[in-house]
Design a protein around this ligand. Sequence first.
Ligand SMILES: [Zn+2]
Length: 1192
Amino acid sequence: MAKEDAEPRMGRPRSQRFNSLFSEDEFGDDHPDAPPANGGSSWSDKDTSLHPPVPDAFSGSSPGTLSDSMEGTSATSPLSPTIKAGWLDKNPPQGSYIYQKRWVKLDADYLRYFDSEKDTYSKRLIPVSSISRVSSIGDQKFEVVTNNRNFVFRAENDADRKEWIRSLQQIAEERKSKAPERTLMSLAADSATELADKSGFLELRGFKHKLFVVVVGDKVFLYKNAEDYQQKIGITYIEMNVGNVKEVDRRGFDLTTPYRIFSFCADSEQEKEEWVEAMQQSITEALSNSEVAERIWAVESNRFCADCGSPKPDWASINLCVVICKRCAGEHRGLGPGITKVRSLKMDRKVWTEELIELFQKFGNMMANEFWAANVPPSEAISPTSSSQERRRFVIAKYREGKYRHYHPLFGNQEELDRALCAAVTTSDLAETQALLFCGASVTCDTRDPQCPTPLALAERSGQRLQMEFLLHNKTSEPPRLERMCSEEKPYSVHLPSITHSGFLYKTPSMVKPISERKGPEEFSRRWCTLQDGVLSYYENDRNTVPNGEIRVEEIVCLVNNPAHAHGIENTFEVYTEADRLYLFGLESSDSAREWLKSIAKSFVHPRAEELLALDFERLGRLHYKGGLTLERAQEGWFALVGSTLHVCSEDGRRQEPLQLRKLQELSIQGDHEVLVLVERRRTLYIQGERKLDFLGWVHAIQKAAGSSGDTLSEQQMTESDVPLLVDRCIDYITQCGLTSEGIYRKSGQNSRTTSLLEMLQRDARRVCLKEGEHQVDDVANTLKRFFRDLGDGLFTRRWASEWLWATTLEDEETKVGKYQQLLAALPPVNRATLKALINHLFRVQCFSGENQMSTHNLAIVFGPTLFQTDGKDYKAGRVVEDLISHYVEIFNVNDQEMKKQQDEITAIMKMREASSSGTQQAGDFICTVYLEEKKTETEQHVKIPATMTAEELIFEILDRRKIAVKEKDYWSCFEVNEREEAERPLHYSEKVLPILHCLGTESYLVVKKQVSMENMLIYLASRVGDCKHGMMKFREERNLLGLGLSTGFHDRYFILNHSWLRLYKEVRSHKPEKEWPVRNLKVYLGIKKKLRAPTCWGFTVFYENEKHEKQQWYLCCDTQADMREWFATFLQVQNGGALWPSERPKMRVVRPQQDARLGNISLIPLRGNESEMRNSVAAFATDPLTLLRNV
Ligand SMILES: [Zn+2]
């Protein structure tokens, strides 16, 4: 029971009443800080002498007049006119008998009482929404009951009391019945914690205790303390349309109104600044023009935020045509203007043209949501009280990913979409235009109408003003796409350095397609160009003041320095913009061209990437990419291409190690020309094609830079170890297939085949996969020789070749070897590495001279003249090669380990080949031991695992070998067993085996056995509704990695698993997850090691690895086996995107497609290559050689 209910006890003379800010209900007697003498705390402004004079803006009106206009205060908020006002006696506070006379006022939002009718600021504020009951309690009294407190008033007479009760009940009733609208309203009005712009404690001059102050929208609320704030019982609020904020000293500031000056003092200077800013913002909001808002709100659906339903949303996305609240607007801004262009209904007055307002009235939230929010699962919808994290997630899903969209029937068919758009814009059907545009139709598509080349022009011709307006605002909109980058920080929001430059440039008309032909000088026009204030403008001449056109530097996405003479003007450069336009500029003087380039580069490149400006780039720009440790989301990076090196500056400004494009292992385009994949040994970079034009340019430039550029060694595509890829490929092939081939390197092979192979390899060795059967050993050998013979500058270089030859004349072997070492050190690194690779190879070849007849001497006869590019009449060249092979270990300083490793590899290759005396075996597969049913020596199977092999294929391979017939409902699966963890994981049938082998630890192995719970899992999945699962499980961390403060042991937690997240809640009713993990980063194993003493035997061991490669391990335990099956089935289904089992198992093994070129050259190294296992593998092949080759 609240204090106020206390019956009167002690008299207290009326005269002692003091004008405390606080309701004396609470503070009366024990409040020495607010003695009557200190009138400074007076609410009514009669005591102005104690306050600084009111600011000029208000001085024209006497306080008295203004006080009289108290009603006018509420009049400024037209939604809350006074419903009833009058004098009432307020129940005395604790320790007092005397009723206090109060001026009580009721409006639609609040019941307030004041010291007098002249006061502007109340002593107490009770939101109508929190009134739960009003009833009479005798003696002309009535009681206003809220959730936590009761307020008792006494009326003059019965009639008056009746009237008050009736009004209060009615308004409270209305408030309730108008739900949800009113509920939402009251949420806003009550300034629930979540909706506050700023809240916290502030000292207010004249009072001992700090007040809890809350800035929300256009009002500042004062509460006695935080508890009152939670209970929504306030002191008063200040309408900021009459406010003015002034900083006073380090921590102090004044909020001045015509009725009173509030002198606040914050805890720190920084706090003060935040408060001042929040209050100034509040004033701006209060003063802003609400005319636009009122007109747009005239449409019912626009009165509530399109995303969360908050009332009176005063922001909008002008391209999406939705009206949104301030908090959602903040999240919209995070998506970037490519997706949503956020404007204020009240502040951005200029943007609100008559057309745009009309568009919002016609269109508005209803039509927008019919499209954007057609399929919002209730679990993902947000409300006015949602946290900003929830909002962000929702807004991203809704607009960036288009997850809840109503898909247009033509979705996916670009041509049809574009054609439909051209038709729709000529009608008044805005909904159709919306659906087409945001399902992928291109706003700049070709209409095939020369008079009206764009949809915008078509709309104009048809007089569709609103269509035009809609198209205009979506000129640069990007259609929703999953996996889009997260543009929390877009470059346009960054203050770029202001660069100024001007001069005459030659310019062609801007283009929307890549330049495919040389532009003649006649195609360029001379224009006066200026780069100023972030705008590159071009004018007819230097006397004109109105530019012919402009490019805003923040829209520039790429700058290209063309090679000289690329076009009719000697020096040219290209500028690409966000709107997919290409501008070609030219200059005769290369110095001036360079100056322009540098100036433009400086003006548009983000300061965090400014290091790139120092480079002599051919191409510079920003692109979205994923790479390295952040594959979860794309980020924006700055790229500069210099020669064959690609420099990258990441989002956070870190300069990454440049990519050596010639050393890429893979360079490919994925999707429909959407992603450029660059694979280096240590990393993979996915560059996303956001815009067509500049992306195409990058693709071509990178492809070109990644290829060979000439006939010298260093101009070739390279391996990581600086050996030309071409040389590496040939050597690898001969090693795998030709070591025992008779006369290898002596026989010449077929000339035409050699020529075409060399040409292919020189063009792009990365894409050439040498295969036995397809390529002849002698052709490949000949190709390698031809490459060295024609090599520009030769392997030994022109400069040093004669020295090498001369060294052969040295008599003393030791001196000679020393000289060779010296000469070797003098060679360029690439030559040195290549020579080593080649001699190493020849050393291997001569080891098999018994079979191939190629002794060191024979090899030297062939390679001497080849490498020295001589006619071979003189044996000196051969001598060098012979010496190099003979002294290979010394000259190249090869250690024992290296020798042993190579020896092992070659032994393995030879044994494999012996075992498979014929056939077309592919080079480079792993051999792995797989067990059947359990791990025992007798059940071992040795299988070659090609890169493309799936778990299903592996299972059939094993079953075939053992001639095991597969019966229906035999769910044979391949399990990855982790012995250390005592857990196992069935591979999904479509999972590739090779990557799993790569990560198998030494305590892990693969076993093929029946999965007994599969049938039950399939039945469960088939019978349930939806794709989520939730429920209790027992949870235990491996140590305290998650920082959840759990001790060891298993604890009950509530889990929700949906299509993308596993969330952990402290309990069923918890609001927020304590922890969440993206499901696809989880590896779920059945079983928990015994040592942990899991409460039941039905548990999982879960591994999680985030983008930073941080690992976590934890355990889940279910109460029943069925529960465990259901969770596991859900995990499997979510992780594999659907089917757990192939709907139809093939009767025969699938014919495997050609081996993945990407992994084609993985060397043949047995996975766990100890000797006995090697022997076992070979034995297995020997006993059943066909199994090895059956499916190749
Ligand atoms: Zn909202």
